[in-house]
Every structure is written in structure tokens, then in C-alpha cells.
Ligand binder design. Structure first.
Ligand code: FES
Ligand SMILES: [Fe+2]
Length: 456
């Protein structure tokens, strides 16, 4: 498969000042072909409606993180494609995913996160224990036909990995561990269990959920969409891997310029773009950055030295053996249908993409920053979700730092892509052979679910 004539990620790893983990050397690059795909997957309400039964109710989805419900009795609601679950910490170390629909006449039991000893329906007062078993019926004399022992709330499947709680509406679903493979193995060293949500921001987009997701599955749009990152982002020479129908990976290295522009940037220019004012690392370091490179030191290894020191101070954990790539590159693992999680130590972003209700042309994206719990300290509380109003930009969420304006650049493309697809004369989209591998895999998997062929 052809690839751009520029330094590639594996060659960048060869230059690392520490040894990168074996997981980052593990390649898997199947040839998924070059066929075009029909636009109806993005534009057709009927296609979306069919995808509810065929795909959304059969796949593992990240519902929340454990630290969002830290105490027994804490719960959060997970609403997706017209379904609703209560994710509750029902006992120490025990979690349940209960269907959020009263078994009497159907009222939703909860509508927002909270804490409860039991779930009492606000309509007539039927009540369930927090493990879902039936507790009380105020007019039990009229319901001899509803036996308390058989009147528990139905449950969805629930499983946990890395501090995340996943749910699946399909009782016959394969185990989560198998679905996520090789993520648990690749992430063992990065220990996401020991992280907490430091930032959580959500915003809606006027386009299909796959359009929003796919805007983040490749970095070669940066040259046209995010010109400010050209000097330090290896974009068209990013690395892509496909591990299974459900798991792909995209790695973008920082500290190397885009190969899509003719101009050659000096190491000093790269350093200023990578860690100078306006950069993410500049804000992470609190603006306390000397951007002048010492003689003979690359922008990449200089940045790695700064971040090793910062992370050691922040967490009380020695990072001196951590490779450069684990400190600042985009090590993005993508889990079908809608979850992205970044590996490494310095930047554990998480993205979740959801359809808005049952609308084929509206979606939301959530951005989480996970941070390491400092050594010897209690786990900080999870940041509350900040939902950016439709008429406000991502940039209004100050906690996102310089990522906010970058997301706003992506947002300029989204409704225009929806409208352009609806106006398409050919009725198809054409993905790149290599650069769009995760997107092609995503759509091949969606098609397999739509046909009823569960991908293995
Ligand atoms: S609908 Fe819930 S108690 Fe009646
Ligand atoms: Fe982008």
C-alpha cells in the first residue's frame, strides 16, 4: 500500500530518547480495498432507524467512568437512541445497568445523575432497590399478578475496563475484553484505572454522528483545516493500524512538520509552535516555558524533557524512563462505534460521539481529559460535564485550552459536510487507501452490522 515519502512513525520511534513500549511497534495494516461507500449512511433517516436495532443495541458502549459514581448509591443516566439506562454503584465494587423505565406505566425513573438508596418512581411511587430488585408497591393489593420476586428492573450487560464502565443491550454480546482486544494489553502500562476526569466538555453538531467521529480519525486534514499546527504535526505521515472490526489505531507524531508543505521549518521554529504561547504544552506548563532550544537538541527531545519533569512534579511518580512518544504524541485507539481513547502518560484524551436522540443528522461530541491521581493522594472528584450551548464555540470552554479553537475549526466543516453529502451528485464518498483506514474499517463494520453479519 502506497505511503507518503517522508519520515514515518516507526522511524520517529527509532530516534526516541527512551525505549518505546512494544505495543507501539505492533503493526497491523490489512488491505481493506478502495471501494466507494454510499452516502445514505450519513444522509438517510431510514438507514439510521435500522441501525438502532442492528448496531446500537448490539455493541459495547462507554457509558461513564467509575469516578463519576464514586459512592454506593450514586448513579448516572445513559441515554442512547431512545433507550435509557441507570448506571448505579449498587454495592461496594458492584455496578448495575438498569433499564430506566418504570414497570408500572413506564415513566422514566431518573432524568439526571444523583444519589439514591432506592429508585422510587415519581408517578405512583413503585420502588426498586438500587440493585434493581423490587421493593415496594403502594397499591400492592391491586397487583397480585405482578409478583415482587419477578418484578425486578431488567438489566443491560455491564463490564469495566480502565476505569470505564461499558454497557451492551445485547444479552448475547461477546465479552468486553474480547471486543476491546488488544487495548487492555496495550494500555496495561498506561494504567487508566488510576486516572480521573479533569475536564469534560460536550457540544452538539448539526451532522450525522459518523461525520463528527470521522473528523477525528485522521490528521491529514490539518493542512487545510488547522494550518497553525503544520510546523509540528506529522499529518499525512501518520500511522494507522486495524486490529479487528471493532478496534483501530491512529498515531500522529508531534515535533515533526507536516510533509504536505514544501517549506522546511527549523527545529527552533518547530519548538516555538509546539511549546510556545498558544500551544497546548505552553498552557499545560503554566506559561513557564523557555522556548530557546539548547544547541544540538531537537524540539522533540527538549519538549520531552520538560514534560517528564512536569509529570513527575504533578504526580509524584518518576517519568524518567518514559519514551518521548508516550509524553505528547497522539496515540489514539478507536473502538467501534463511537469511543476514542488516547494512550501514553502525558495526554489521555477521551472522545465520545453520540447521535442526538434518534436524529440521523444531529450528534454530540464529548471531550474528556484524564489525569493521573497524584501518588499518595485521594482520587479527586470527577469534573462535572460542561455542555457548550449551540450558539457558543468550543473556545468558550476555557478548560480546553488551545484545543477549543482547534475544535471550532473542525466544527466549521461538519454541517457543510452533512449538507454536501445530501447534495451529492454521485451518491458515494471515496476514502483514501491508507490514510482513511480507520474510517473505512468503521463503515465496513457498520455495514456488517446492518447486514446482520456480526463481525468476529
Ligand atoms: S408509572 Fe411508575 S409508578 Fe406508575
Ligand atoms: Fe481536526
Amino acid at each position: 500500500m502506497a505511503q507518503i515519502d517522508a519520515i514515518n512513525y516507526q522511524e520517529i520511534l527509532d530516534l526516541d530518547s527512551c525505549t518505546p513500549p512494544a505495543a507501539l511497534r505492533e503493526r497491523s495494516v490489512p488491505d481493506l480495498g478502495t471501494e466507494p461507500f454510499s452516502v445514505d449512511r450519513y444522509t438517510d433517516q431510514d438507514f439510521f432507524d435500522r441501525s438502532i436495532e442492528r448496531m446500537w443495541l448490539k455493541t459495547w458502549q462507554m457509558a461513564c467512568r467509575e469516578e463519576e459514581i464514586p459512592n454506593v448509591g450514586d448513579y448516572i443516566n445513559y441515554d442512547i437512541v431512545g433507550k435509557s439506562l441507570i448506571i448505579v454503584r449498587s454495592a461496594p465494587g458492584e455496578f448495575k445497568a438498569l433499564h430506566n423505565s418504570c414497570l408500572h406505566r413506564g415513566r422514566k425513573l431518573v432524568t439526571e445523575p444523583g444519589h439514591a438508596a432506592s429508585f422510587r418512581c415519581p408517578f405512583h411511587g413503585f420502588t426498586w432497590k438500587r440493585d434493581g430488585s423490587f421493593l415496594r408497591n403502594p397499591v400492592a393489593w391491586d397487583f397480585p399478578h405482578c409478583k415482587p420476586s419477578e418484578f425486578g428492573l431488567p438489566e443491560a450487560k455491564l463490564a469495566r475496563w480502565g476505569g470505564f464502565i461499558f454497557v451492551n443491550f445485547d444479552q448475547d454480546a461477546a465479552p468486553l475484553e474480547q471486543y476491546l482486544d488488544p487495548i487492555p494489553r496495550h494500555f496495561a502500562r498506561w494504567n487508566l484505572e488510576n486516572k480521573y476526569i479533569a475536564v469534560h466538555v460536550k457540544k452538539a453538531a448539526k451532522c450525522n454522528w459518523s461525520i463528527t467521529l470521522e473528523a477525528f480519525l485522521e490528521p491529514y486534514h490539518s493542512t487545510a483545516t488547522h494550518p497553525q499546527i503544520i510546523p509540528f504535526m506529522a499529518d499525512a505521515n501518520a500511522q494507522f493500524d486495524v486490529y479487528s472490526p471493532h478496534v483501530t489505531r491512529h498515531i500522529g507524531a508531534r515535533g515533526f512538520q507536516s510533509p504536505q508543505v514544501a517549506r522546511e521549518y527549523t527545529q527552533q521554529e518547530i519548538a516555538e509552535a509546539l511549546i510556545g504561547p498558544g500551544s497546548r504544552i505552553y498552557s499545560v506548563l503554566g506559561g513557564n516555558v523557555d522556548t530557546r532550544l539548547p544547541d544540538g537538541v531537537s524540539a522533540r527531545s527538549y519538549t520531552a524533557t520538560l514534560l517528564r519533569k512536569l509529570l513527575a512534579e504533578e504526580t509524584g511518580i518518576d517519568h524518567s524512563e518514559v519514551s518521548d512518544t508516550e509524553l505528547f504524541d497522539d496515540l489514539m485507539y478507536i473502538v467501534f462505534p463511537n469511543f476514542c481513547v488516547f494512550g501514553g502518560f502525558g495526554k489521555n484524551f477521551v472522545f465520545r460521539f453520540l447521535p442526538r436522540g434518534k436524529k440521523h443528522d444531529e450528534s454530540t461530541m464529548e471531550v474528556y481529559f484524564l489525569k493521573t491521581v497524584p501518588k499518595g493522594q485521594d482520587r479527586p472528584s470527577a469534573a462535572k460535564m460542561n455542555e457548550v450551548p449551540d450558539d457558543q464555540p468550543w473556545g468558550s470552554a476555557a478548560e480546553l485550552g488551545n484545543l477549543g479553537p482547534v475544535l471550532d475549526q473542525d466544527w466549521d466543516n461538519l454541517p457543510q459536510t452533512q449538507e454536501g453529502l445530501e447534495a451529492s451528485e454521485t451518491g458515494v464518498v471515496n476514502y483514501g487507501h491508507y490514510l482513511d483506514l480507520p474510517i473505512r474499517r468503521h463503515q465496513l463494520t457498520l455495514d456488517a452490522y446492518m447486514r446482520g453479519d456480526m463481525p468476529g
